[in-house]
Design a protein. Structure first.
Length: 502
């Protein structure tokens, strides 16, 4: 149990760092003397480095050993976090964020691997329960915690808080798992595969992070990045499938359950994370919520998840994992449909209620899908499978964020144009509203600006509810997709995924 706590604590610290800096960007940019647009590289640099490092987990695990690699990653993450907080220039901060992202790569996949190999097969689902809740709840907690620290202390402390947490996680992990490490193996380095991985993942991640800001294909940089990402991916795919010692084991996708589970998780997480980013933006920019209140409205997602996840973990060894995953998708679909009925008059109650109910889907999401992904795999392939499935999930999260924020703007522009057509001299209600505003002391330009703001609020709310509705439909579609997997769970399959250690 102590080992589970240590691994989950390290995972929470890692996942939290992907979102905690988002709300602190204005303060960071102002203190370090850069523009808000330049400040976004604080997020992009970490995301690019992390996305490159995650799929290398399998090779690094065999080369170093899972326990040494995990504790080393946590230790280096602590050092990198401390350096980020001490950075005196923007260039220094970006360099340390790249280091932080690189060393964080193996942490999440290895926390799964160590959990799975430390419990009997029947209890592996219970061990993953806390891990799954952490991964889904941490991105929600991040902006709330980051906003509070920035407002009440100072932005460097969003990095400094990792130091005691990481040191505790590292010490506990080493004390529990050091006797269970595998001996390192001398493996050849697939240098060409590594270069191709860095090339296509780096280009893809930068394109996704900067596309909205640079207006996508209207920017020559985005066009070049898109070409590099596509060509690089095709060459990487060809090389890795034919290499004798590939740096990423893409042959895992030849396993039916791994392929179905990983793709279902990626698509679902892309939608989940896109909404996690979109919802607080809408609440703060167009519904008048402060960052703290936006966090309060979203935070209840963890309540039911924490309560239900242990039960799901116990049931996954005895119940068809496809059925349990279907419960998650139905719950997510219902919550998205519920949110699609929001309007500009909605108060905080239904927003909190939707977040609370989302906890049902959160509890049923990761554990069954992980059971499907790992079923039938031997222990020698667990680290590679964890790294590759986490890479697919993280990449889908970045894709989902880009799609949702871009489509939010596009749909809002369409709704704004339709709504603006009603604000004209021939519309009696619009003329009366403008007259009332001017009678209240506003000038005509001020009255028009206020009306435009109200139209914006309505347009962006309608755009958000459109995306909520589309997400509901997508989750329903995923129910059919997950049933393409074979009926296996954590207890089934040739090599299984659990060990015999307690």
């Amino acid at each position: 149990m102590l080992g589970t706590f240590a691994l989950s604590l390290a995972t929470f610290m890692n996942v939290l760092d992907t979102s905690i800096a988002n709300v602190s960007l204005p303060a960071i940019a102002g203190d370090l003397g850069v523009s808000p647009a330049q400040g976004t590289w604080v997020i992009t640099s970490f995301a690019v480095a992390n996305a490159i490092a995650v799929p290398l987990t399998g090779w690094l695990t065999r080369r170093i050993g899972p326990v040494r690699l995990f504790t080393g990653s946590v230790g280096l993450f602590v050092i990198a976090s401390w350096l980020c907080g001490l950075a005196s220039s923007f260039e220094m901060l970006i360099a340390f964020r790249v280091l932080q992202g690189l060393v964080a790569g193996p942490m999440n996949p290895l926390s799964q691997t160590l959990l799975l190999t430390s419990y009997p097969r029947a209890k592996a689902g219970t061990a993953l329960a806390m891990w799954g809740v952490v991964v889904l709840v941490a991105p929600v907690v991040g902006p709330l915690l980051g906003g509070w620290i920035t407002d009440n202390i100072s932005w460097p402390w969003i990095f400094f808080i990792n130091v005691p947490v990481g040191m505790l996680a590292m010490a506990l992990t080493w004390s529990v798992y050091r006797h269970r490490d595998d001996p390192p193996q001398r493996l050849p380095l697939d240098r060409i595969g590594l270069v191709l991985l860095v090339l296509f993942v780096g280009a893809l991640q930068i394109m996704l992070d900067k596309g909205r800001e640079l207006d996508w294909l209207e920017s020559n940089l985005i066009v070049v990045l898109a070409i590099v990402a596509v060509v690089g991916f095709v060459v990487f795919l060809t090389w890795e499938l034919t290499a004798e010692h590939p740096i990423v084991d893409l042959r895992l996708f030849g396993q039916r359950n791994f392929a179905a589970g990983t793709l279902a998780m990626a698509v679902a997480f892309g939608q989940y994370f896109g909404i996690v980013v979109l919802l607080p933006l809408w609440l703060q920019e167009y519904m008048g919520y402060t960052p703290t209140w936006a966090g309060i409205a979203i935070a209840p997602v963890g309540l039911l998840a924490i309560v239900l996840a242990p039960w799901v973990g116990r049931r996954v060894a005895h119940t068809d994992a496809r059925l349990l995953a279907s419960v998650a998708f139905v719950a997510f679909a219902f919550v998205m449909w519920f949110r699609s009925r929001f309007d500009t008059n909605i108060d905080v109650g239904p927003v909190i209620e939707a977040s609370f109910l989302q906890g049902i889907g959160t509890a049923f999401f990761f554990i069954p899908l992980q059971a499907i992904i790992f079923s039938g795999l031997g222990q020698d392939r667990l680290a590679s499978a964890a790294g590759l499935s986490n890479f697919a999930r993280l990449t889908a999260g970045a894709v989902g964020t880009s799609i949702y924020t871009t489509q939010w703007d596009n749909l809002a522009a369409m709704h704004h144009a339709h709504l603006a057509e009603t604000v004209n001299p021939g519309n009696l209600a619009a003329v009366q509203t403008l007259g009332q505003l001017q009678a209240a002391g506003l000038s005509q330009p001020q009255a028009l600006e206020l009306v435009n703001r109200l139209v914006d609020q309505q347009a962006y709310t309608m755009a958000a509810t459109d995306l909520f509705y589309v997400s509901a439909l997508m989750f329903i579609v995923l129910i059919g997709f997950i049933w393409l997997a074979r009926p296996q769970g954590l207890h089934a399959g040739g090599g299984g995924v659990g060990g015999d250690a307690h």
